[in-house]
Design a protein around this ligand. Structure first.
Ligand code: IDP
Length: 135
């Protein structure tokens, strides 16, 4: 069954010129990118996106980071796209992410871990509604 997930190429990845590499891996896996836009998001959108982490000690830094420069937001679609993209991304902590995953190959910092991908179908739909309200 086809699913939709929200993927963000975070500001660290855009700054490092890794946008194309992330897109290449998504396409090589066989998922479809049905929307794609580079934008610099507001604190309001960032706070809504990360609302589930509002009580965490790293929340303020997370909002500062995700609004620190342009990101690339995408809707990625395909069979098993939610779990499939989590696998392509690797574990949240890049030092624990498997080699061959995006975070495992290119990141070392949990705060700057290059990509976001929805962690469930329901969260994916909520996040898509926030970034692409007409999709
Ligand atoms: P995910 O991005 O792999 O879904 P979440 O647990 O949803 O991971 O956390 C959202 C983001 O918050 C992570 O991608 C990471 O950048 C940041 N984060 C999570 N845990 C920590 C932490 O312990 N310290 C600093 N940043 C963190």
């Amino acid at each position: 069954m086809s699913e939709r997930t929200l993927i963000l190429v975070k500001p660290d990845a855009v700054r490092r010129g890794l946008t194309g590499e992330v897109i290449r891996r998504i396409e090589a896996k066989g998922f479809a990118i049905t929307r794609l836009e580079q934008r610099h998001i507001s604190r309001d959108i960032a706070e809504q996106h990360y609302a589930e982490h509002a009580d965490k000690p790293f929340y303020a830094g997370l909002v500062d980071f995700i609004t620190s420069g342009p990101l690339v937001a995408m809707i990625v679609e395909g069979e098993g796209a939610v779990a499939g993209m989590r696998q392509l991304m690797g574990a949240t902590n890049p030092l624990e992410a498997a080699p061959g995953s995006i975070r495992g190959d290119y990141a070392t910092s949990i705060g700057e871990n290059l990509v976001h991908g929805s962690d469930s179908i329901d969260n994916g739909e909520r996040e898509i509604g926030l970034f692409f309200p007409d999709a």
